[in-house]
Design a protein around this ligand. Structure first.
Ligand SMILES: O=C(O)[C@H](O)CO
Length: 327
């Protein structure tokens, strides 16, 4: 409203790999007074009482207790994306700070990426590209074959919104779909996509040609896939991870890939991100890695920003917060 001061909202920075996009910042500045971390640190005395919300774009700024102590009027943290493993919800709740995320707008793109990774890995797109552009390689190497996706068995670990969207896509590829959910079995969704519920993860691992991880990272799913689980998979199977790197024991994965315990891996997430340049996963031919781009399309990132803006506005005016994350 005219004459009224815009609410002060803390962001990490504008621009760069994890910074708020410039066009998003331009839009947000119509509604908020954006303060970067740098500005905040330079003028802490004045700003600490002013800031009422944090706009947390790609897990930044990092929120530690010290920051919360210095922001007495902080009401809400709006976090981009669906995963909230980077937030200490108990700590935030102790400081009376509400949290929101953007779960629904990211699911379609993330599911698309899961399919893209499965297809790229099975049909060896990255290697194929290298063959096509390399002047020295034989153009159609005789024994250079991929594996078929259509008709193969896909095991989805974590049939939430993203997992379900992967299943819808896999159905169109005539795949046999298995799934496992720790907590709920959804019979309606299951029959809509023709998926078969596996009560035991082990059954899913043993039967799948592709195992796709779309679980949240929680203490229960931390390193859910380790040496034992990899050994249960078929030697011809591929592991696809669109959830969080820490859902997989990465050392065990490297070993399994080097020793051909499983055939391949296609990963949008690792730990750390990015991997150190000399990491063994970057040297293996049977691995495809993308830089955590599940939601990285123009439209989705814009929707995420709009969701976050709406949550902050609701949080600051006492209205119900869309996509509030409850403890
Ligand atoms: O959780 C998500 O939506 C993305 O992986 C970014 O954190």
């Amino acid at each position: 409203m005219e004459g009224q001061e815009l609410p002060y909202v803390l962001i990490d920075c504008i621009g760069g790999r994890y910074g708020v996009y410039e066009d998003h910042a331009e839009f947000l500045e119509k509604h908020f007074h954006l303060i970067t971390m740098k500005e905040y640190l330079e003028n802490k005395k004045f700003l600490s009482k002013k800031i009422r919300a944090i706009y947390m774009w790609y897990h930044k700024p990092v929120i530690k207790e010290e920051l919360l102590q210095s922001l007495p009027n902080l009401k809400i943290v709006a976090s981009s994306g669906v995963g909230i493993d980077h937030l200490d919800l108990n700590l935030l709740s102790r400081y009376g700070v509400k949290v929101s995320n953007t779960p629904f707008v990211v699911s379609t793109d993330t599911a698309d990426l899961g399919m893209a990774l499965m297809l790229a890995s099975s049909r060896r797109l990255v290697e194929g590209y290298q063959i096509a552009v390399s002047p020295d390689t034989e153009y159609f190497p005789a024994d250079w074959l991929g594996a078929e996706v259509s008709g193969a068995t896909l095991g989805i670990l974590g049939m939430g919104t993203i997992g379900y969207k992967v299943a819808e896509r896999a159905k169109a590829f005539e795949m046999k779909i298995l799934y496992h959910n720790r907590n709920q079995r959804n019979k309606e969704e299951e029959s809509a996509v023709g998926a078969i519920y596996c009560k035991k993860i082990d059954d899913l691992l043993q039967q799948s040609d592709f195992v796709l991880l779309s679980v949240n990272l929680t203490p229960q799913t931390h390193k859910l896939i380790g040496k034992r689980e990899l050994e249960l998979m078929k030697p011809t199977a591929t592991l696809i991870n669109i959830s969080r790197g820490l859902v997989v024991d990465q050392d065990a994965l490297v070993e399994a890939l080097q020793n051909k315990v499983i055939k391949a891996a296609a990963l949008d997430v690792t730990y750390p991100e990015p991997l150190p340049r000399d990491h063994p996963l970057l040297k293996l031919k049977n691995v495809i890695i993308t830089p955590h781009i599940g939601s990285a399309t123009k439209k989705t990132r814009r929707l995420m920003m709009e969701n976050m803006m709406e949550s902050i506005q609701a949080g600051l005016t006492g209205l119900p917060i869309p996509n509030e994350v409850l403890l």
